[in-house]
Design a protein around this ligand. Structure first.
Ligand SMILES: NC(=O)c1ccc[n+]([C@@H]2O[C@H](COP(=O)([O-])OP(=O)(O)OC[C@H]3O[C@@H](n4cnc5c(N)ncnc54)[C@H](O)[C@@H]3O)[C@@H](O)[C@H]2O)c1
Length: 306
């Protein structure tokens, strides 16, 4: 089977590529991964990229669409609308013109905003509190229309926080970097009680591959993917301190207080997804808890010397 991954040079995309054993990619960044069979290095936000995405989509069984700016913290709506939403429109146009029957989209837990119910199931109302989350909701809606018009089988995977040794950014990198420059103090954004679900990139990539067997033709079906639980930021700070071999009694954890206790504007304070639906369809994280996933990722980052 032939596949296309947009964002295939990125963190999650590279792991999907590996699990598929090879695919074509679309990414603004050139990849030297030996699993890349063909690549188009274009900006999906630009209309001029359409022809190239359509060309590379021809004959593919599925498109895994991940290209986006993954930073919730970027409050500028233009970033998320241009690459996230307009980019998704261009990739959908290419899928339609090239007759690609399957579409798997990297959505996010942020679509639910400050959900009052946790673990949050897929049928909970979508009320994002960031432009990033709004872009994911809008993209899911567009995918739904394309699926219905053109008989595409689409699956939107609403991902919790994905961690792993080769992640280019995120809370673990932030903490490790800060502790390296000052091993006696760790600044934590927000009030430290923000609690979220973290799962490992290998489990995430496996979910993308399994999603090829989920959903229905003509529909965009949502699935949550994450750990079985959630963990607060202070606990993540303590795990990082421990794994770095520092003496916890000698590291002062200092919280910034933040906006209403949040790390930044648009930060969801409590995000824990129900993964029952994915479990019923055979997916379960092999690294089950958020603590295990965080600990493993910290070790991997330290091993890689990143
Ligand atoms: N990492 C997470 O915790 C997480 C959680 C929820 C959802 N997601 C979503 O998963 C997807 C992948 O995230 P990631 O963590 O691998 O991020 P990443 O930044 O490592 O990968 C994104 C890739 O998209 C490419 N890209 C960005 N803008 C582009 C453009 N205009 N044209 C072509 N390519 C472009 C980048 O070059 C990069 O290779 C994103 O859509 C993100 O929103 C990630």
């Amino acid at each position: 089977m032939d596949y296309l991954i947009t964002g295939g040079s990125g963190f999650i995309g590279r792991h999907i590529l590996k699990q598929l054993g090879g695919a074509a990619i679309v990414d603004i960044v050139k990849s030297s991964d030996p699993n890349v069979r063909e690549q188009a290095n274009v900006d999906i936000a630009s209309e001029s990229s359409l022809e190239e995405i359509e060309r590379i989509s021809k004959g593919k069984q599925a498109i895994f669409h991940l290209a986006a700016n993954p930073e919730v913290r970027v409050g500028d709506p233009n970033v998320h609308i241009s690459v996230g939403l307009v980019g998704t429109y261009h990739v959908l146009e290419a899928a339609r013109k090239a007759d690609v029957p399957n579409f798997v989209f990297a959505s996010s837990s942020t679509v639910y905003g400050d959900a009052a119910l946790t673990p949050t199931p897929e049928d909970y109302p979508l009320a994002p509190i960031s432009t990033y989350g709004a872009m994911k909701v809008a993209s899911e809606a567009l995918i739904s229309a394309y699926a219905s018009y053109y008989g595409i089988k689409a699956v939107s995977l609403r991902l919790a926080n994905v961690v792993g040794g080769d992640a280019p950014r995120g809370v673990l990198h932030d903490f490790i970097g800060k502790l390296r420059s000052n091993p006696n103090e760790l600044e934590v954004l927000g009030d430290g009680t923000q609690t979220k679900s973290y799962f490992h990139v290998d489990d995430c990539a496996r979910g993308f591959v399994m999603a090829l067997n989920w959903g229905k033709k003509g529909k965009n079906t949502a699935y949550n993917l994450g750990a079985v639980d959630a963990i607060d930021v202070i606990s993540i700070a303590k795990i990082t301190i421990e794994e770095m071999g520092l003496n916890p009694s000698q590291v002062q954890i200092r919280t910034t207080g933040g906006l209403d206790g949040r790390g930044w504007m648009g930060d969801v304070k409590y995000a824990w997804l129900s993964i029952e639906k994915a479990k019923r369809d055979g997916w379960i994280p092999t690294i089950k808890t958020s603590e295990e996933a965080v600990r493993k990722a910290v070790r991997e980052i330290l091993e890689l010397g990143a």
